[in-house]
Design a protein around this ligand. Structure first.
Ligand SMILES: *Cc1c(COP(=O)(O)O)cnc(C)c1O
Length: 234
């Protein structure tokens, strides 16, 4: 756990290097610290090292860390699968949700987003490799879902999120991310209402350079920051 500041330096250096290599401005890429399976002390170290966006997959676990870190108040992103009975608490406590794949969930989040908070930033999770076992909507149905979500006033549709299957070489890793970037562009150009979409949530510890090459604006990095996950539930 004491390596967290060093790890963050290394990941930031990689991010910077990739940005430079692929002619991106580093300011346009958010480093989201994926903190599932890590305790609140680890998150506090990451915060002290300059990170202020945390991604969580499990609601109960996230709520316990939010309580422990109430004094620093970071920006919380929900990135895991969402069941209907969890939407109210998510709408109340998170700034971003990356993992929307059904209109029903989006409608509930919209209804339940408290009036005193800004609209909830959301991304549509796309099953970019068409894997039967994976979450995410089929790319062919993405436009329809995007238009429906975009009409919900308490949500702010920002873009797309993907978790491709694992590939080893950079050139292979870039392929699903290129497809995702093309899909975002096609959404933007198919309707004026979607023209302001600005987010590609893609890239993890093992392939963040490939994602940056293809236009990632949020990279979701867990292991490379925190080391192996120590717990699945706190
Ligand atoms: C766990 C997780 C990550 C982080 O994965 P690492 O390989 O540990 O960087 C990113 N995105 C999602 C959706 C995750 O569930």
């Amino acid at each position: 756990m004491h390596n967290i500041p060093d790890n963050i330096k290394q990941v930031s250096a990689q991010l910077q290097q990739s940005a430079q290599q692929f002619h991106r401005s580093v300011d346009t890429i958010m480093l989201l610290a994926v903190s599932k399976g890590q305790n609140s002390k680890a998150l506090r170290l990451a915060w002290q090292a300059g990170l202020c966006n945390f991604g969580e997959n499990y609601l109960q676990e996230a709520m316990e860390k939010m309580a422990a870190l109430a004094d620093i108040d970071p920006c919380w992103h929900f990135i895991g699968p969402i069941q209907s009975n969890k939407t109210q608490v998510i709408a109340q406590h998170f700034s971003w949700v990356h993992s929307i794949e059904r209109l029903k969930i989006a409608r509930r989040l919209n209804q339940q987003r408290p009036e005193n908070l800004p609209p909830l930033n959301v991304c549509i999770q796309v099953n970019i490799d068409n894997e039967t076992s994976k979450s995410g909507i089929d790319p062919a149905h993405c436009l329809e879902l995007a238009l429906a979500i975009n009409a919900l006033p308490r949500l702010k549709l920002r873009g797309l999120m993907v978790i491709p299957r694992q590939r080893d070489r950079l050139s292979e890793q870039r392929q699903p991310y290129l497809q995702t970037a093309k899909l975002l562009n096609s959404l933007k150009s198919s309707s004026a209402a979607l023209n302001s979409l600005d987010t590609l949530s893609m890239g993890m510890s093992g392939d963040l350079s490939a994602a940056i090459a293809e236009g990632a604006t949020i990279v979701r990095v867990g292991t490379a920051i925190f080391g192996p996950r120590t717990t699945t539930k706190p």
